[in-house]
Write a protein that binds this ligand. Structure first.
Ligand code: MG
Length: 392
């Protein structure tokens, strides 16, 4: 049944009969460490799901990191939720449709990133079975997505300006600067002296409070694209207070953990821009609903990134191919993060500052199985009989 405000995606055909689910923890070294107000990331741990059916496979990647910094979900909690609860629900269903996976998983509260990974794997499988791209399956229309680069905290202003110089030379369409107390206004002033018109946004990852109002008024004078998640990770009320005194749009990321949060943020006027991360809001179908609501309410949105491998990046690009994504998304090319990605070929930036939306069946990427094995920390496979039996 259709929920109010949530449109359907894909065809109504059931998923091919699922045979095996594989859960995998991988660890990829970062080309350069990524530092934010939440800490420093030297390697990216990721959780992957592979579903096998009818000689086909479907892939999903969770947005979760190794530690509960951005979100309470981690690679370990994804393993736990998927093995113990989510896969048994999916494998016990008589004839699940890929477009109804989020509804099937509602008996389990929370774990949006684990659910999104499983829903994406099912959608990838369904789209491959139909021979169409995930983008088309979702109703996407863009062949390429304009992208920006997200830049972490560096040892010095000069080091950051050097990174921006490289990004500008590569034609990235926006630079997003991570800020925290002590690395904020002076950094933006230094950037503006060098690039008066470059589209710049700042992302605080919840490092400030309303006591820092004067700082945000000072940032407001610099023509930023947006000030992202300045206040507490689960707040909407203080953000509304801050937004009311600023010309610059406040963008919410962490605070929007669901479609219902976005509805509340709209009523409270907590933001004028939305960073959509499918994992954070519980998957593809919920993302479609967020996209549609932003469109209806005139809120600008872009697709966020969690430093995903090429598997998660491919699914994010499929979402970002929907028509209301008009500002640069935080989806850089593979080489910005990893010396070697898990997909071959890796994602490469075009000279227009865009990434091509994969056009092949499903998420449209080929897994580099050798690199996947080299980067695997643990891998567990479960058969249909093991998973369906676990539900009893
Ligand atoms: Mg953010």
């Amino acid at each position: 049944m259709r929920e109010a405000g949530v449109r359907e995606m894909g065809a109504e055909t059931p998923l091919p009969r699922l045979e095996v689910a594989e859960l995998r923890h991988v660890r990829l070294p970062m080309v350069v460490p990524f530092e934010t107000s939440m800490g420093r990331l030297n390697e990216r741990d990721a959780f992957l799901i592979r579903l096998r059916a009818d000689g086909l496979e479907g892939w999903g990647e969770a947005a979760a990191w190794r530690d509960p910094s951005f979100s309470y979900e981690t690679v370990e909690t994804c393993f736990y939720a998927a093995e113990r609860y989510l896969l048994p629900l999916l494998f016990s269903a008589a004839q699940p449709a890929a477009r109804g996976i989020d509804s099937l998983l509602t008996p389990v509260r929370g774990y949006p990133m684990a659910k999104a990974a499983l829903e994406t794997a099912a959608a990838d499988l369904a789209a491959r079975a139909q021979g169409i791209s995930l983008s088309r399956w979702l109703g996407g229309s863009s062949a390429e997505v304009i992208v920006g680069i997200s830049l972490g905290i560096e040892a010095s202003h000069e080091a950051l300006l050097g990174r921006i110089e490289q990004a500008v030379a590569k034609n990235y369409r926006r630079a997003k600067i991570k800020i925290r107390p002590g690395w904020d206004l002076a950094v933006v002033e230094a950037i503006r002296r060098r690039w008066p018109d470059l589209p710049i946004s700042v992302d605080a990852n919840s490092a400030y409070t309303l006591a820092d109002r004067e700082l945000f008024k000072a940032l407001d004078a610099h023509g930023l694209v947006t000030i992202e998640q300045p206040l507490r990770h689960d707040d909407l009320v203080d953000h509304a207070d801050l937004q009311s005194g600023l010309v610059t749009p406040v963008c919410l990321d962490e605070s929007l953990a669901s479609l219902a949060d976005l509805e509340a943020a709209i009523r409270l006027k907590s933001c004028r821009m939305v960073n959509l991360k499918p994992g954070r809001v519980g998957g593809l179908r919920q993302s479609l609903a967020v996209h549609d609501l932003c469109h209806d309410q005139g809120l600008a949105l872009f697709c966020g990134g969690m430093l995903e491998t090429g598997i998660g990046r491919a699914a994010n690009l499929a979402i970002a191919s929907l028509k209301h994504f008009r500002i640069a998304s935080d989806l850089s090319e593979s080489a910005r993060y990893f010396a070697r990605d898990l997909v071959d070929p890796p994602f490469r930036l075009t000279e227009r500052g865009t990434l091509a939306v994969p056009a092949g069946p499903g998420i449209g990427v080929t897994i580099d199985e050798g690199e996947l094995e080299r980067r695997t920390v643990t891998c567990h496979s479960f058969t249909r009989s093991e998973l369906a039996g676990a539900q009893a």
